[in-house]
Design a protein around this ligand. Structure first.
Ligand code: FES
Length: 159
């Protein structure tokens, strides 16, 4: 409502806000709201859930009931441990083709990814795996075995 210039303005009849000022204030308000929402969104970002990878050298005790020639895969490890009449040895269960984890089977190991097969001593039974599964370094302290997943030994090395 406009007032006549000679009339005194009432406080209930304020000066109208010019359209340009209104749009400017609206733009500033929108910008502030977008900024505040983006900050809020960044605070709600998921926190990195990085856990340290387990040590590659670990101790394990073979179950007393483990039959000779049968694999024992320690939980959470990519290793199969065997006991036979000559000693104990460990074979990596990481496929030498593209790194999938092989599964133990009656014939030895089978890779679920591309069909490679390995015998119980890790030699390739069928491709496409180019090389045998590596034997890993095992040391023995009483009934405790220490297996180093990063150290390989010559095939046939038993402790
Ligand atoms: S990764 Fe095992 S056969 Fe390809």
């Amino acid at each position: 409502m406009t007032t006549h210039p000679s009339e005194k303005q009432s406080r209930f009849d304020p000066e109208p806000l010019p359209r340009r000022d209104f749009l400017g204030l609206f733009a500033l308000g929108s910008m502030a709201a977008a900024f505040a929402l983006s900050i809020f969104g960044m605070l709600k970002l998921p926190k990195a859930a990085v856990s340290a990878s387990p040590a590659k050298k670990f101790n394990v005790a073979l179950p007393d009931t483990l039959p000779e020639g049968e694999p024992f895969v320690p939980p959470g490890r990519n290793v199969a441990v065997f006991r036979d009449g000559e000693g104990v040895f460990a074979i990596s269960t990481v496929c030498t083709h593209l790194g999938c984890i092989v599964k133990t089977s009656a014939a030895g190991f089978d890779c679920p990814c591309h069909g490679s097969g390995f015998q119980k001593d890790g030699t390739v039974r069928k491709g496409p795996a180019p090389t045998p599964l590596p034997w890993l370094k095992v040391s023995k302290n009483g009934s405790i075995l220490t297996i180093d997943e990063e150290a390989t030994v010559k095939t046939g090395t038993k402790v």
